[in-house]
Each structure stands twice: as structure tokens, then as C-alpha cells.
Design a protein around this ligand. Structure first.
Ligand code: ADP
Ligand code: MG
Length: 263
């Protein structure tokens, strides 16, 4: 299966020229407050087509908020965010389309408990994109096959393991044929033995050229799949570098201190 939004620029192809895909998501001077709390401070970040950006940093640093601003689950107070050159829409049909273009996978799988796995995956395409049911089901089954849980299609979320539920959540996001996928600590709620099966799905997506923003503490994934590591703390991007440079040669004391605690 080739996913919509994929390009031929996997990590290997990009090593020569990471910007080869052209900018897809561009944040400029983004600022966000929760009341008095300044949670995003002058964020400038460009995510190129086919690029995998891993965001790491201490808890409370603004990583989740950053992800949530990109599909406008959180409005911003200042600056601009553009996807494919277009500023984020504020409401209406355009906002629904944006949410389709920007797939999101959360730590808590957020599946609909009273719908089957297959229904969870077909719901967005049939309701939001008006895809005919048969076509939506066909693509959903391809995606469930792809994430390794086609045999679970008729079950309800509670009947699946955490790893299977998270893979269903990934399939659900992919069903909308997103241009970019955001993962916010997708393996943090999983038992250790289930982490790999989810990371494997993400690794394959990355290798096939999906544009991805991944908040994670899984440094193995970052080293293997990231084109760029963004280190965030206190609402700022403190460092942005290749994984090779970041893990062997972090520049800031903040990043060195963080790495010494997690590695
Ligand atoms: P991270 O994902 O890096 O742990 P978050 O983006 O979740 O960081 O949080 C950044 C800061 O914003 C934290 O201080 C957090 O408590 C605060 N925060 C997050 N969401 C809200 C909210 N809805 N209302 C108020 N404060 C929030
Ligand atoms: Mg978070």
C-alpha cells in the first residue's frame, strides 16, 4: 500500500538533501499563551515533505501544545502556521479539511469504544470526506492489513491490546490520506512488549516517505528514522540538528543535561 501524501524521499534519499521535498509545514514566530503562561515562544520550524522530525525534551516544555497548534486543536496568539503554503483555517469546512490533512495519534488511543475497529477507520472518510462506504472499507482493510491487525477488524477497541489499539489509531489517521502525521508520545502508554510493534509501523511509514512529526522518548526510533531532532524546553526550540549530531554532540547544556538523564 502506498499512502496518500507520501513522496519518494525516505531518509536515505534525503540524506543528500533533506530539503529536497520542499516545505510542507512552516511555523513562523509562533507564540502561544495559556493565561499568563507563555507555552510557545517564537517558534520557527520548517518541516519538509517526506521529512521525519522527532521532537524531544523535558515534560512541560510545550511539545504537545506544538503538535496541537499544527492541526489547530489549539489556536495561536501570534505568528503564522502554513501547510502547503496555506495559513491554517479558523473554522468551517476548511478546518475539517485541515484536520483530515494533518493526522494525529495521541498517547491515549482515543478510539470510539462503541464502534468496531473497522468502523473507527471508516468513520472519518465516510462522514467528513463523503467517501462511499464500500470504497472506505476497502481502503480501511488495506490499512489494517498494513498495520498488522486486519484480523481484528470486527472487534471493539476494548478487545484489543494497547499496541493493537494504537496501530488501529494510526490506521484511522491514515484513512484520511493526510499530508502529514503527528505522533504525540504514541508509545508512552504502552506496556514495554508492545512498544516495538507500534514503532515498527512508524518506521515503515517513515521509510515510505510519510511526512511525520513525532514527539517521543524512543531514541532508537529517533536515531534510525529522524531526519531532524528538535529539542524543546520551556516553550522554546533550544536545538535543531541531525540525530547523529544531536546524540553525539549536543550543543546546549539543557540538551546535554536532558540526554544524560534519558540515555
Ligand atoms: P509537553 O508536551 O512538552 O510535556 P505541554 O505542551 O503539554 O508540554 O505543556 C506545556 C505547558 O503548558 C505546561 O506547563 C502545561 O502545564 C501547560 N498546559 C498545557 N495545556 C494546557 C491547558 N489546556 N491549559 C493550561 N495550561 C496548559
Ligand atoms: Mg506532552
Amino acid at each position: 500500500v502506498r499512502f496518500a501524501g507520501m513522496t519518494d524521499t525516505g531518509k536515505a534519499a534525503q540524506e543528500a538533501d533533506v530539503s529536497g521535498g520542499g516545505p510542507l509545514v512552516v511555523l513562523e514566530n509562533v507564540n502561544k499563551y495559556f493565561g499568563e503562561l507563555h507555552v510557545l515562544k517564537d517558534i520557527d520550524l520548517t518541516i519538509h515533505r517526506g521529512e521525519v522530525v522527532v521532537v524531544i525534551g523535558p515534560s512541560g516544555g510545550g511539545k504537545s501544545t506544538l503538535c496541537r497548534t499544527i492541526n489547530r486543536l489549539e489556536p495561536i496568539d501570534d505568528g503564522t502556521i502554513r501547510i502547503d503554503g496555506q495559513p491554517l483555517p479558523e473554522d468551517g469546512k476548511e478546518l475539517a479539511q485541515l484536520r483530515a490533512d494533518v493526522g494525529m495519534v495521541f498517547q491515549s488511543f482515543n478510539l470510539f469504544a462503541h464502534k468496531t475497529i473497522l468502523q473507527n477507520v471508516t468513520l472519518g472518510p465516510t462522514k467528513v470526506k463523503k467517501t462511499p462506504a464500500a470504497e472506505a472499507e476497502k481502503y480501511a482493510m488495506e490499512l489494517l492489513e498494513r498495520v498488522g491487525i486486519a484480523s481484528q477488524a470486527e472487534k471493539y477497541p476494548a478487545q484489543l491490546s494497547g499496541g493493537q489499539q494504537q496501530r488501529a489509531a494510526i490506521a484511522r489517521a491514515l484513512a484520511m490520506r493526510p499530508k502529514v502525521m503527528l505522533f504525540d508520545e504514541p508509545t508512552s502508554a504502552l506496556d514495554p512488549e508492545m512498544i516495538k510493534e507500534v514503532l515498527d509501523v512508524m518506521t515503515n511509514l517513515a521509510a515510505e516517505g510519510m511526512t511525520m512529526v513525532v514527539v517521543t522518548h524512543e531514541m532508537g526510533f529517533a536515531r534510525a528514522s529522524a531526519n531532524k531532532v528538535v529539542f524543546m524546553a520551556d516553550g522554546q526550540i533550544v536545538e535543531e540538528n541531525t540525530p547523529e549530531e544531536f546524540f553525539t554532540n549536543a550543543r546546549s547544556d539543557r540538551a546535554k543535561d536532558f540526554l544524560s538523564k534519558i540515555l
